[in-house]
Design a protein around this ligand. Sequence first.
Ligand code: WQD
Length: 345
Amino acid sequence: MKVLVTGGAGYIGSHACVALLEAGHDIVVLDNFANSCMTSLDRVKQITGEDFPVVEGDVNHHRVLDSLFNSHDIDAVMHFAGYKAVGESCEKPLLYYRNNVAGTLSLCEAMQKHQVALLIFSSSATVYGDPPTVPIKEDFPLTATNPYGRSKLMVEEILRDLVSAEQLTGSGAWQIALMRYFNPVGAHPSGLIGEDPNGIPNNLLPYISQVAIGRLPALSVFGSDYPTIDGTGIRDYLHVMDLAEGHVRALDYLAQGKSTSGCHTWNLGTGKGYSVLEMIRAFESASGKTVSFKMAPRRAGDIAACWADTSKAENELGWTASRGLSEMMEDSWRWQLGNPQGYRS
Ligand code: WQD
């Protein structure tokens, strides 16, 4: 199939491009490079030995989308373009609703106009808020505690309404997958592509990695009094290549038109949680480096523990995460070691 990958130059998007190409699909990438650079796509081509068109533009711009759909015979869309920093979303909510929500509306209007009905959406486990219990199932209550999470939840509701409307009119064409990511980490084993946050990393692993390479002095561990094994926060970290391959499985599932319901939701996690201290120790073991850290107060909005029930993706997609913690750490370190300043190295 020919797949439009929006945000394809980003961390998740670039790894999805590799997985799609390696699965034999063709791709077209649309990216505005606000949070990424062309280098990552050059490296995707280097890794796969495949070439593909890259369109610089914004999903909010109808003319860009019309031109792209007119120029390329797109069969499906994987939509990664969006902002994803929780803290930034609290400071700049309009930016997040414009980019994440309005951008998706614009994309869906263009898809409808050009009769492209297969959509894989990059959602997030953030839509579960602070879950009543763990592991988390797809039918758990949904809520949001920040504009980033709310933008993901709004898009999910919009996409569910799209499918419901079609079921009412009997014109059911939309086939939509809502992929709820837990905590993607790591990098392609080549070390050529990886996570390259702008400025000081918000997320745990890139922060640890930059302490290990000497770019940052020490990690602040946000909270040591949670009701967890060692008092620090627990999350379900999954290898970004496992995540990418889960998207390809979802695409194949939708393309086969396996069920009448047009909107499907899958958790993408490992089903196992690790604490912050366990992550520090695992990274030190993989890198041979000491990671300096200090205990700090809890971060506003954080929850104690979060990990996925992965049975739905396993049963319906035949997908499970296959890469373990040491592989996540080794691949992450290989990327950081080879790219001390990220893509600007
Ligand atoms: C993980 C753990 C922190 C940084 C966020 C988004 C989520 C998704 C993944 C997009 C927590 C602790 C972190 C640090 C720390 N993104 N931590 N010191 O908050 O689970 O999820 O990123 O979809 O939507 O909400 O990930 O990596 O920020 O935090 O102690 O400097 O590490 O308290 O326990 P999080 P994270």
